[in-house]
Design a protein around this ligand. Structure first.
Ligand SMILES: Nc1nc2c(ncn2[C@@H]2O[C@H](COP(=O)(O)OP(=O)(O)OP(=O)(O)O)[C@@H](O)[C@H]2O)c(=O)[nH]1
Length: 240
């Protein structure tokens, strides 16, 4: 039986070198590329089945300098249904640049709700890690983002999960908050939009989604084993 694919437009941003192109290429072409031309903005297409539904993913790998985006890219960003902001877990500067990118994206979107997912890449490089999983999760919560994941394009760890989460978030129904009082509107301008990232209890989110302890991650991500043993308090997070 022929099933029509639903198109989903995904944009991928992040500081140069954060690993966004490698992440996209691993997902779309199943290859890990060491050197990629950073000046090329590419649109990739991939047919997938997620939760029994066919989708055509249109994934825009944005040339994202710290000096802003050109008008054409801003327009393409406005048409996105979900945006991934990638940082590298081995680069604190890429993590520090996330805030600026979120603020910039939100200003481009002018109040329209588009889910933003925070992605910590290069999770295989555990021995060189500069940004803990809990810092990533905390930032995602503070900024009111829709989800947070770590992944590795090298080991393929959570690559599918990143894009599956993106599709689910893109299609999730958005419930706009009702603004009844002046105080409410005042508060809305002061705080980030409410996030679907729940407050985590020890090892678990409010929604009951397990935050996997690192020893569970070791099987999926063998490269992280030595460091994982060394820091058992560290956690890998999949929050949707
Ligand atoms: N070990 C490891 N290296 C990675 C991973 N992802 C990307 N890299 C490497 O990090 C470098 C930068 O990756 P890119 O994908 O080019 O980064 P980018 O964010 O697209 O940056 P530009 O191409 O400059 O826009 C490359 O040498 C990649 O091979 C990963 O998961 N693990």
């Amino acid at each position: 039986m022929f099933m029509e694919s639903k198109p989903v437009r995904i944009s991928v941003m992040g500081q140069l070198g954060s690993g966004k192109s490698t992440l996209v290429l691993q997902y779309v072409q199943s290859q890990f590329v060491e050197e990629i031309d950073s000046n090329v903005q590419d649109l990739y297409k991939k047919e997938v089945v997620i939760d029994g539904q066919h989708y055509q993913l249109n994934i825009l790998d944005i040339v994202d300098t710290d000096y802003g985006l050109d008008l054409k890219t801003e327009n393409m960003l406005r048409e996105s249904q979900v945006i991934l902001i990638v940082y590298s877990v081995v680069s604190e500067t890429s993590f520090d640049s996330v805030l600026m990118r979120v603020v910039h994206v939100r200003s481009i979107l002018e109040g329209r709700h588009v889910p933003i997912i925070l992605v910590g890449s290069k999770a295989d490089l555990e021995n060189s890690r500069q940004v803990s999983s809990s810092s990533g999760l905390q930032l995602a919560r503070e900024l009111g983002l829709s989800a947070f994941l770590e992944c590795s394009a090298k080991t393929k760890y959570q690559i599918n999960e990143v894009f599956e989460t993106a599709v689910r978030q893109a299609l999730a129904e958005v419930v706009e908050p009702t603004r009844s009082t002046e105080a409410d509107s005042q508060r809305d301008t002061e705080q980030p939009r409410e996030s679907s990232i729940p407050e985590a209890a020890e090892g678990q989110t409010e929604a009951g989604i397990q935050i996997e302890p690192l020893n569970a991650v070791q099987e999926a991500n063998p490269a992280s084993r030595p460091a994982a043993r060394a820091s058992s308090s560290n956690r890998c997070c999949i929050i949707v």
